[in-house]
Design a protein around this ligand. Structure first.
Ligand SMILES: Cc1cc2nc3c(=O)[nH]c(=O)nc-3n(C[C@H](O)[C@H](O)[C@H](O)COP(=O)(O)OP(=O)(O)OC[C@H]3O[C@@H](n4cnc5c(N)ncnc54)[C@H](O)[C@@H]3O)c2cc1C
Length: 426
């Protein structure tokens, strides 16, 4: 009897999950598994990789996924440790010969799959976190500028395919499941700061797929999308941007589900500058995904795609002050405090603090990217690396880097100093 493992990665949902559907079609017995990284694992910059906010948001996503699986005759096994060892061990315990999972086109995630294959496991990966499964041009022709990418996509006129419904029933669990020795990291007891722009401790904003889908519905049934273009650069509150990113990052909601809700909104309420701009931003997310498919590990070289760039400099003391929100610029410090207190930051503030670290404090952008990875509840390997490279002038940005003048930004986006007062030193 064929037995397989479904390895959940950044696709913590049952609906619109083609890799899972394929596993259900092929296996007579199926074991859903999630591998947590070792909670003590540190980055090379000296802090843990998964901070308390992300752990908490993830916990809710996993609990909801487990409940959804149980309702369909299955359940989720969680383990802690390197996927290669853990999955190999579990496969042996339950007699599985195949692993199914989503494809993640980033070097560490690819290395995990390669090392599984090196142990003779058969791994079936599926590209499914993007809007599109294929581009209307060869990957080798991926434009080096976002605008040309967007225009090429829009002029081809292709739309993402419809989101798929979930499997009604999963194959039964394999025998031997009791030998899997599940484990999970100690639950984070963190409480989210009441000032948060994404209050994940509230039920409406928790990591569960249902919460994400309900948020999507609420958002698109309101007039917020119509105003999105004019509010998206604001800094305070829940409504200035869509707040889809945390659910998109864990995969509790898929990009195609977001797109389907956007199209429905446009059908009901008409197209607006705001609704177009949501599509525009989703294309940025898409671009960074295809950029990874095209360039892979090159995006993780110190110089990224820019051979002419100097090697990044670094100053650990200045970096630590930046992390703590104590580098001396009131707007930047406020942003870094918001990030540490809530695990979320607006796009505008991400740009400002990232630019400050790179261009004013002359620190290594990779340290900043690692700090964001640890802190952000919406950490997404593609969007994080892509945006940091862009600001550092080491991605495909034709202008060779983005410096955001922090004083100008403060006057423009926090003219009444409300944001600085909200996150000021207390
Ligand atoms: C230095 C830096 C690091 C970042 N790291 C991440 C990250 O780890 N994870 C992440 O999801 N986003 C990241 N972003 C992008 C962006 O800041 C967030 O996607 C956005 O702020 C999330 O809030 P929202 O869902 O309300 O976005 P909205 O403004 O409502 O946008 C709608 C959706 O479009 C996508 N999007 C918007 N802006 C971008 C962008 N610049 N790049 C890629 N996708 C975008 C997101 O999926 C977002 O959910 C980063 C930006 C910067 C400048």
């Amino acid at each position: 009897m064929s037995c397989a493992i479904y390895w959940f990665r950044n696709d913590l949902r049952l609906a619109d999950n083609p890799a899972l559907l394929q596993a259900c079609d092929r296996a007579e017995r199926l074991l859903p598994v999630y591998c947590h990284p070792n909670p003590e694992a540190q980055t090379r910059w000296g802090f843990v990789r998964v901070g308390r906010h992300r752990q908490r948001f993830l916990r809710d996503a996993l609990d909801a996924l487990d409940a959804a699986l149980r309702a369909r005759g299955s359940r989720l096994i969680e383990v802690v440790g390197a996927p290669t060892e853990q999955l190999k061990r579990i496969a042996r315990a339950v007699g599985a010969s195949e692993i199914h999972c989503e494809q993640i086109a980033a070097p560490e995630e690819q290395a995990a799959v390669e090392s599984l294959r090196a142990t003779d496991m058969s791994v079936c990966e599926r590209w499914q976190s993007a809007l599109f499964e294929q581009l209307p041009f060869e990957l080798s022709q991926l434009p080096t500028q976002f605008t040309r990418f967007r225009v090429a996509i829009e002029s081809a006129g292709d739309l993402p395919r419809a989101a798929l419904p979930p499997a009604q029933q999963l194959p039964p669990l394999p025998v031997g499941i009791d030998d899997c020795a599940p484990s999970r990291p100690t639950a984070s007891t963190t409480t989210c700061d009441h000032r948060s722009a994404f209050p994940y401790a509230q039920r409406d904003f928790c990591g569960a797929s249902e919460a994400g889908l309900a948020h999507l519905k609420r958002y698109f049934n309101s007039d917020l999308p119509i105003r999105y273009k004019s509010t998206r650069n604001q800094l305070i509150g829940i409504d200035y941007s869509t707040k889809f990113s945390p659910w998109l990052a864990t995969g509790a909601v898929s990009a195609r589900q977001v797109h389907a809700a956007l199209i429905e909104h446009e059908r009901d309420q008409g197209r607006s500058d705001g609704s177009y701009w949501i599509w525009f931003e989703l294309l940025w997310r898409e671009y960074f995904r295809w950029l990874h498919r095209r360039h892979g590990a090159r995006l993780y070289h110190p110089n990224g795609l820019n051979p002419k760039a100097d090697l990044p400099s670094h100053d650990p003391t200045r970096f630590e002050r930046w992390c703590r929100g104590e580098c001396g610029h009131p707007l930047v410090d406020a942003g870094m405090r918001e990030l540490a207190a809530t695990g979320y930051l607006s796009n505008r503030m991400r740009q400002i603090v990232a630019s400050y670290l790179i261009h004013e404090l002359a620190c290594d952008y990779r340290a900043g990217a690692a700090w964001f990875e640890a802190q952000l509840i919406d950490y997404d390997v593609y969007s994080n690396q892509g945006n940091w490279l862009y600001i550092a002038g080491r991605g495909t940005d034709p202008r060779g880097g983005r410096r955001f003048d922090p004083d100008w930004q403060a006057r423009q986006y926090d003219p009444d100093e409300r944001y600085r007062a909200l996150w000021g030193d207390r």
